[in-house]
Ligand binder design. Structure first.
Ligand SMILES: [Zn+2]
Ligand SMILES: [Zn+2]
Length: 357
C-alpha cells in the first residue's frame, strides 16, 4: 500500500510501500478515495510539534469501507464514509459530555502501519495520505451513497472546523457582523458558515488578493487586504464605529488573534480557530474583559460531533446550501503531495485534494 511518510521535519514527504495491519476488533479498513490537503499537515513538517516521527500525515479523508474487524456494527464493506480525525473513544470524560473534539482516551490506538520492522505512526489516528487506512470504527461516519466522495473528504476537517466554529462554537445569530481573519481552506468555511448563519456583513481579511476573491465567492460581503489597510479601523468603520459582533482568527498568529479581539464591539466574541505555534505567547489588555465584556474563545474541530454533523453537512451540500466544489482549486496524485504543499503555502489554491482511488 502506498503512503506519504514524513521521516524528518523540514524535509519532503517520501512515497513508500507500507504494510497495513488487517482491521482488528472494532476497527475498519477504508480504501481512500481522496484526502484534502490541510495546513495543519504542513505544520508538522515545518514546526517542532509533539507528533512522533516517522508518520503518515493526512487527516481529511473519505472513502469506501473495504473490510471490517470483529464486533464492528456501525459500518459494513461498501459503505461510503468520511473519516473523523483524532481519538473518538466515546467513553472518556469529554466524549460522554458530547465533546468528542476533546477526546482523551484511556488507551492509545495500536500501531497499524509498518515498513519492514519499522513502525510508522498514523497522524491523528487516521493517516489519510495513503491508498488505504485502518481506523477505529468510531472514527468513520457513514454518509449517503449519492454524495461525491472526493469533495466530501473536505468535510473531515476544513468544512466542519470552519462552519462548526460559526454554528457550534460561537452560535452566530442572523444579522450579525462577522470578521474572518485568514481565508485559507478553513477560513473560507468560516465565511460560508457565516453566510449559512445569516450574517449581515461578512468581512474577510487576508494579505493575498486572490485569496480574498475566493472569500468573495464563498459569501464575503467586504474584503480587507491587511497589507494595505488597518484591519481594526476598517472593521469599526464598516460597523458604525462599534466593531463586529464576532471575529474569527483562522491563522494562529498572536498578532492577528489580538487584531480579532480588538475588532469586536463591547460584549462581542473573538474565536481562535487557527493553530498557533507550540511556543507562541500572547500579550493583551485583560481589562477589556471586564470593562468591555469581551469574550476570547477557543475552538477545536469546530466543536463538532462528527456522527451528527458530517451527514448534516453532506445534506446541506447536496441541497446546494453549502459549496464544496468551489473550494477545490487543484487536484493532485499522491506522489504530488510535496507540490500540493507548495501550492498551498504559495496561496495558489483554496483547497487542494489528493485523488487516491
Ligand atoms: Zn485540518
Ligand atoms: Zn473520548
Amino acid at each position: 500500500m502506498k503512503a506519504a511518510v514524513l521521516y524528518e521535519r523540514r524535509t519532503p514527504l517520501v512515497i513508500e510501500d507500507l504494510d497495513l495491519v488487517p482491521p482488528g476488533p472494532g476497527e475498519v479498513e477504508v480504501r481512500l478515495v481522496a484526502s484534502g490537503v490541510c495546513h495543519s499537515d504542513l505544520h508538522h513538517v515545518q514546526r517542532d510539534t509533539p507528533t512522533v516521527l516517522p508518520v503518515v500525515l493526512g487527516h481529511e479523508g473519505a472513502g469506501v469501507v473495504s473490510a471490517v474487524g470483529a464486533n464492528v456494527t456501525r459500518v459494513k464493506p461498501g459503505d461510503h464514509v468520511i473519516i473523523a480525525f483524532g481519538a473518538k473513544c466515546g467513553e472518556c470524560f469529554y466524549c460522554v459530555r458530547g465533546m468528542p473534539y476533546l477526546c482523551t482516551p484511556a488507551n492509545p490506538a495500536r500501531p497499524r502501519l509498518a515498513r519492514g520492522n519499522q513502525t510508522i505512526n498514523q497522524f491523528l489516528e487516521v493517516a489519510t495520505y495513503a491508498e488505504r487506512t485502518v481506523v477505529s470504527e468510531k472514527n468513520v461516519v457513514k454518509i449517503r451513497d449519492d454524495a461525491p466522495l472526493a469533495v466530501c473528504s473536505l468535510i473531515a476537517c476544513g468544512v466542519t472546523t470552519g462552519i462548526g466554529a460559526v454554528i457550534n462554537t460561537a452560535k452566530v445569530e442572523p444579522g450579525s457582523n462577522v470578521l474572518v481573519i485568514g481565508t485559507g481552506g478553513v477560513g473560507l468555511n468560516v465565511v460560508q458558515g457565516a453566510r449559512l448563519a445569516g450574517a449581515a456583513r461578512i468581512i474577510a481579511v487576508d494579505v493575498r488578493d486572490n485569496k480574498l476573491e475566493f472569500a468573495r465567492a464563498m459569501g464575503a460581503t467586504h474584503l480587507i487586504n491587511a497589507e494595505k489597510e488597518d484591519v481594526v479601523e476598517r472593521a469599526k468603520a464598516l460597523t458604525g464605529g462599534y466593531g463586529v459582533d464576532y471575529a474569527f482568527e483562522v491563522i494562529g498568529n498572536p498578532k492577528t488573534i489580538l487584531q480579532a479581539y480588538e475588532s469586536v464591539r463591547k460584549g462581542g466574541v473573538a474565536v481562535v480557530v487557527g493553530v498557533a505555534d507550540e511556543n507562541a505567547d500572547l500579550t493583551f489588555k485583560p481589562v477589556w474583559m471586564m470593562r468591555q465584556a469581551k469574550t476570547l474563545m477557543g475552538c477545536a474541530y469546530g466543536s463538532s460531533r462528527p456522527q451528527v454533523d458530517f451527514p448534516k453537512l453532506v445534506d446541506l451540500y447536496m441541497e446546494g446550501r453549502i459549496k464544496l466544489d468551489e473550494l477545490v482549486t487543484r487536484r493532485f496524485a499522491l506522489d504530488e503531495i510535496n507540490e500540493a504543499f507548495r501550492a498551498m503555502e504559495a496561496g495558489e489554491v483554496a483547497r487542494g485534494i489528493l485523488d487516491l482511488a
